[in-house]
Design a protein around this ligand. Sequence first.
Ligand SMILES: [Zn+2]
Length: 214
Amino acid sequence: MSKKLRYSEKLDCRHCGNVAPMRCPGAVSDTQTEEQDFGPPVEHGMIYEVLICPKCEEPSIRQGHWHDGMEDEDDWHGTIIYPSEPTRVAGLPNEVEREFVAAQKVATVSPNAYAVLLGRVLDVVCDDRNAVGDTLHQRLVDLANRDEIPTNLADMAHKLRQLRNVGAHANLGTITNDEVPVLEALCRAVLEYVYAAPQLVAQVESRLQKLFSN
Ligand SMILES: [Zn+2]
């Protein structure tokens, strides 16, 4: 017996970044029925829907509240609960954020492209921090010399720069999925240090000031 395939509206796949309707092989409902003093019993609860990305074939799970007053399927709105949303780095300037998000979208599709785009994130960080130099290498050294980033972090950023070169030039080798988490950790470390940590310190300072001004 052939089963009619059901598809969602266009969704953003958090595994591979593809935007397309996803196949829905099934859903689980966790509902209860409540008797009413007047009128028919009311059924309501949670629906969990499994969605399969047409591009990477990885599953996502969407959760949403449902009640039997919903007349149409379109009345139900779920939120993706798996995979979880990538954690954002606090305090990123718009352009850095944009480049970092763009890079994350290709992480699982093309590790080589991911390395190249993370290198672009470093370029934008250097622009934002007014780093001086003709090459990314010189600009990272400049940031370290000016104490914008500590030397050991600059060394890590150099590794990311080297991996970016590998990603961009096939004759130098290839970046595999195994390197993706390392690349991400390297880039996050730089972003956390340059943007998130100072913002956190500023927040703590402001709270301390309020505390002591009372
Ligand atoms: Zn996908």
